[in-house]
Design a protein around this ligand. Sequence first.
Ligand code: XMP
Ligand code: MG
Length: 175
Amino acid sequence: MAFRISEEEIRKRVQEIAEEINRDYEGKRPLLVGVLKGAFVFLADLVRYLRVPVKIDFLAVSSYGKHTESTGEVRLIKDLDHPIEGEDVIVVEDILDTGLTLSYIVRLLQDRKPASLKTVVLLDKPAKRKVPFKADYVGFEVPPVFLVGYGLDAYEMYRNLPYITELKAVEGEDG
Ligand code: XMP
Ligand code: MG
């Protein structure tokens, strides 16, 4: 049986995370930084459950190229539109795997002197970690298999699936 997280399970967990953020950031105006492209679905759902006033920006990095195994190399492809000095920044990422991407992003943003910097990931694959990294908010711990759906892609496909499943469960179905 392929690993799978249903639309309903995702919705419930995203609401719970939003409630934690609502509590932790009461009285603040956090800046959510979505990591393109994978986080776009998670971010879009998450912000609609937030009651604290938020600002939103995006950055894009590349670490995987076209492959499903990390090359270990992280490149900044699109930077933020605005400075973040003094901002309460929350980086929103789809999945934490080797930890290389988020470590890179945190180092990059920390240098810009935000008032605070936290990370939220929908999925965490602790078994694949190459550098130590703990996200502040985690949706689900997942096994070390390649996942697609809910923003996650394989060769740019399957981002639109409303649930998360193993690549092997959908491969071959539509191309
Ligand atoms: P690292 O290894 O740097 O990886 O923590 C984070 C980035 O790797 C991608 N990634 C995946 N993408 N299914 C995907 O579609 C997966 O199972 C998967 N595991 C890692 C992802 O782009 C993330 O930003
Ligand atoms: Mg990807």
